[in-house]
Design a protein around this ligand. Structure first.
Ligand code: NAD
Length: 523
């Protein structure tokens, strides 16, 4: 039932956030185009599925090699469209996709092949069970602008290798890089109707959610995710929701201040703080607090901000002026409630309207927006804690639960604490890089969403599990079929004892009762 369809705009401009240059214009897909694309995908999908996993793995292999050959063009396009430094485009986007392809090439067959399912229950030993992993059919993917290549590409590869067709609705801010993904996949042997990109704004995404897709993988904000979940609930459309985060970093009293402060500065400002896994809140043991804050402030002041195409740039622009306004609001709120701005705290208007100075805030608390809402910008707020219990309490005091990091010289202590943190991932002595570990699941708890992408778990999201049960004694009627009476009751009581009684003596007595009852009934 269409409940959330908005009015579509007809044209979409892709703009370089560093320069304001218009990089290209595209037509937005409206509900009619969306329905037609889904129908074409549905018609083409059975052949794609029938060609088998091993052939689809070959396609992925070609895709991986084609991507490697065009890595510079792809990374350049990412930097132009999303603003991040070129080296980050290579590392956090192209490399992630190359390695994810490696994971799928090596593991897709093993994860998705048919499995024999042994039966432990004696009563079912005469049946053979198999598990099939069947593709959903047509998977819709709606993606954000902050990782405009690695997010849709990794999800798409998993969906395709499992035998699905994919319709991708990329962010309206980064449609061109999605078109690059489309050409690379087609060049590698993915049929046109099996992977289609539908550019557009929220209205196009909404039309996709309301179309006849079989599953949706959505990555974006909590607000949009909630709206989508409501629409999906109407027709029980299965969804994966990868939503916002407010990741905490805990610096314990035995941490190395130099290492942890460098990590905090990178974790907070990589991709200009526009990373779902960004360090959005930092908690430091009181004994290290002054030195840690000073180290972060000093390292932050030295960061080189500018156009991501320049090799020396470490922090690029924000994606859009409206994101800058959110950062300004959060910083101003913190300032008014008593936070100290120890680095940054202003726009960099000389560089352009989308540049904001990497900012470190000290003496923050949970009364401030910057510690509760997802800022999604270059801000590192640092609070203090007295002991591990308080650190865990503060880390868990959030509506979000994507990832967290713990910094300590004692790994065992870090791993013990990790078990107490409410998050999809906890890293001990590293941050953000979990997204590049292709074996690891990615996803969160609480308002961060539902389901997982990446690794075995991401692949399993792309298939339905079907159980096929085949009886090995087809000519024998089952004893539990109709013909109820005291005989069958005694048999069942005996059978339960035989299966579950302890000790062995009781089991044997039950077996004798069951066989006796069966014998009498057959007579
Ligand atoms: P967004 O929610 O504004 O948009 C995401 C996508 O949804 C876009 O393609 C947009 O066009 C589309 N959309 C908007 N309204 C829609 C509707 N009603 N129906 C269907 N689609 C609709 O998010 P954004 O600003 O593009 O991305 C930033 C957010 O994404 C942040 O909150 C960030 O934390 C989150 N994010 C999460 C992860 C993760 O893995 N958990 C990864 C990256 C980004």
């Amino acid at each position: 039932m269409a409940t959330d369809v908005q009015i579509a705009v007809s044209r979409l401009a892709s703009v370089n956030p560093a320069t304001g240059e218009v990089l290209g214009e595209l037509d937005c897909a409206g509900p009619t185009e969306v329905r037609a694309a889904v129908a074409r995908a549905r018609a083409a999908q059975p052949d794609w599925n029938a060609c088998g996993i091993r052939n689809r793995v070959q396609v992925l292999r070609r895709f991986q090699q084609n991507l490697l050959a065009s890595k510079t063009d792809i990374a350049r396009r990412i930097t132009q469209e999303a603003g991040k430094p070129y080296v980050e485009a290579l590392l956090t986007e192209v490399l992630v996709v190359l390695d994810n392809a490696r994971f799928l090439i090596e593991n897709a067959f093993a994860v998705l092949r048919e499995e024999k399912l042994p039966h432990g229950n004696l009563a079912h030993k005469t049946k053979s069970g198999r598990i099939l992993h069947e593709p959903y059919g047509v998977i819709g993917i709606i993606s954000p602008w902050n990782y405009p290549f690695s997010i849709p590409a990794t999800e798409t590869m998993a969906a395709l290798v499992a035998g699905n067709a994919v319709i991708l609705k990329p962010s309206e801010l980064t449609p061109l890089i999605a078109m690059e993904l489309q050409s690379l996949l087609r060049q590698s042997g993915v049929p046109d109707d099996i992977f289609q990109v539908l550019p557009g704004e929220g209205a196009t995404g909404s039309a996709l959610v309301n179309s006849e897709i079989d599953k949706l993988v959505f990555t974006g904000s909590v607000a949009t995710g909630r709206r989508i979940a409501q629409v999906a609930a109407e027709r029980l459309l299965p969804v994966v929701l990868e939503l916002g985060g407010k990741d905490p970093m805990l610096v314990l009293d035995d941490a190395d201040v130099d290492v942890a402060s460098s990590a905090a500065v990178w974790g907070a400002f990589v991709n200009c703080g526009q990373t779902c896994l960004s360090v959005e809140r930092c908690y430091v043991h009181a004994s290290l607090y002054p030195a840690f804050v000073e180290a972060c402030a000093e390292k932050t002041r030295k960061l080189r901000v500018g156009n991501g195409m320049e090799a020396s740039t470490e922090v690029g622009p924000m994606i859009h002026e409206r994101q800058v306004r959110i950062v300004e609001t959060d910083v101003e709120d913190a300032r008014q409630r008593g936070a100290r701005v120890v680095a940054g705290g202003t726009r960099l208007r000389d560089l352009g309207p989308t540049f904001y100075a990497p900012t470190v805030l000290a003496d923050v608390d949970h009364g401030m927006r910057v510690m509760r809402e997802e800022t999604f910008g270059p801000v590192l707020p640092i609070a203090r804690f007295a002991d591990d219990d308080e650190a865990v309490r503060l880390a868990n005091e959030s509506e979000y639960g994507l990832a967290a990091s713990i910094w300590t010289r004692d790994r065992a202590r870090g791993e013990r604490l990790a078990r107490r943190i409410q998050a999809g991932t906890v890293m001990v002595n590293d941050t953000v890089s979990c997204f590049s570990i292709s074996e690891a699941p990615h996803g969160g708890v609480k308002s961060t969403g539902l389901g997982r992408t990446h690794g075995r778990w991401g692949l399993e999201e792309m298939v339905r599990v079907k159980y096929v049960d085949s009886d090995l004694l087809p000519r024998i009627k089952k004893p539990w079929w109709f013909g109820y009476g005291s005989g069958l009751t005694r048999e069942m009581e005996g059978l339960m004892g035989l299966l579950y009684a302890r000790p062995l003596r009781e089991k044997m007595k039950a077996a004798v009762r069951a066989v006796g009852a069966l014998w009498r009934r057959k007579l």
